[in-house]
Design a binder for this molecule. Structure first.
Ligand code: ATP
Length: 306
């Protein structure tokens, strides 16, 4: 038997109860080292609470979690994590550069070159005063602070919020490079948009429960294909009604359209009873598939637990 792959995060029945049943409930999830994991969910779903339990900023009410093989409270593990919170406020008058240098010194002072490179890449003006930064620049500063010591685990809460398209694509490039070096990234987002481009897997949180976990590349394959069939003569809709895997069926004279989840064989056999002149099959893009799975999970949990 081979050596098991290292695990970055192992959560078992992780729970944080707030009043009125809010919080995070019974979350079990394993994130292997070297994975980019997207935690998706609408506002209030429990994304931030989950990250805060990984950081020991919130203590679980029940269940347990290990981070990089340790308890989240272990001092040694803190230095190996980079965290960019969703909300960033800076009260200090000093410049962005002084702030970053102070943070670097606190971490052992080895990353002055890397912090400048990161600031340049993300377009952060390090001469400005930290407390006068725009929301987009606060996000850039938070990202530089999270990435600059090249941590083993990055926890990024809404990392693309407030960034312009150039900043977003630089962030995605940074996340990809981070994964190539074997680091682990967990990113939380309300929207699927950027996440599918960079995540290996996504999990969907809904009302504090992890209702789906899916590999991004599999989401597209598991999604129904759209099929359009053209016939030489008009066909009756009844000939195609109730075929296994066929939904959203429509027939208008000589054209039939539908969605097919699973084998195409039943549809092809039914169509072959008529003269087929054309057949067009479209696969959903990973983005369309994920958005669809996401909304299915949030509105009708499908129980695909990790
Ligand atoms: N300190 C707290 N006291 C009471 N309830 C809280 C506390 N922190 C979070 N909650 C509640 O727990 C639930 C999950 O909140 P959380 O901030 O984790 O969600 P989220 O998915 O990160 O949302 P958003 O996308 O809006 O940041 C929400 O209903 C929230 O109101």
């Amino acid at each position: 038997m081979g050596t098991p792959a290292p695990v970055a995060i192992a959560a078992e029945h992780l729970t944080k109860w707030y009043a009125d049943g809010r919080g995070v409930h019974d979350l079990s999830l394993t994130v292997p080292a070297g994975e980019v994991f997207g935690l998706l969910g609408p506002s209030g779903a429990g994304k931030t609470t989950t990250l805060r339990m990984l950081l020991d900023l919130v203590r679980p009410s029940a269940g347990r979690v290990s981070v990089l093989g340790e308890e989240p409270s272990a001092v040694a593990v803190r230095a190996r994590i980079g965290y960019c919170p969703a909300e960033l406020t800076f009260e200090r008058r000093e410049s962005v550069l002084s702030l970053l240098h102070a943070l670097d010194r606190a971490r052992g002072g080895r990353n002055t070159v890397r912090l400048r490179t990161l600031a340049d890449r993300l377009g952060l003006d390090t001469g400005r005063r930290a407390r006068s930064l725009s929301p987009g620049n606060r996000r850039r500063l938070g990202l530089v602070a999270a990435f600059m010591h090249d941590p083993d685990l990055l926890l990024l809460d809404e990392p693309a919020a407030g960034l312009d398209p150039a900043g977003r694509s630089e962030l995605l490039a940074l996340i990809r490079e981070t994964r190539e070096r074997g680091r682990t990234v967990v990113l939380c987002a309300r929207q699927v948009s950027d996440t599918w481009q960079v995540a290996d897997r996504v999990g969907v949180l809904h009302e504090g429960r992890l209702v789906a976990v899916e590999r991004v590349e599999q989401a597209a394959h598991r999604q129904a294909r759209r099929v359009q069939v053209h016939f030489a003569e008009p066909v009756p809709r009844a000939d195609f009604f109730g075929l296994p895997g066929v939904t959203d069926l429509g027939v208008d004279g000589r054209v039939l359209w539908c969605a097919v989840d699973g084998p195409l064989d039943p549809l092809i056999k039914a169509a072959a009873r008529h003269t087929v002149t054309d057949m067009i099959i479209t696969e959903p893009t990973p983005s369309e598939a994920l958005i669809d799975r996401y909304y299915t999970a949030v509105h009708k949990p499908f129980g695909n637990r990790p």
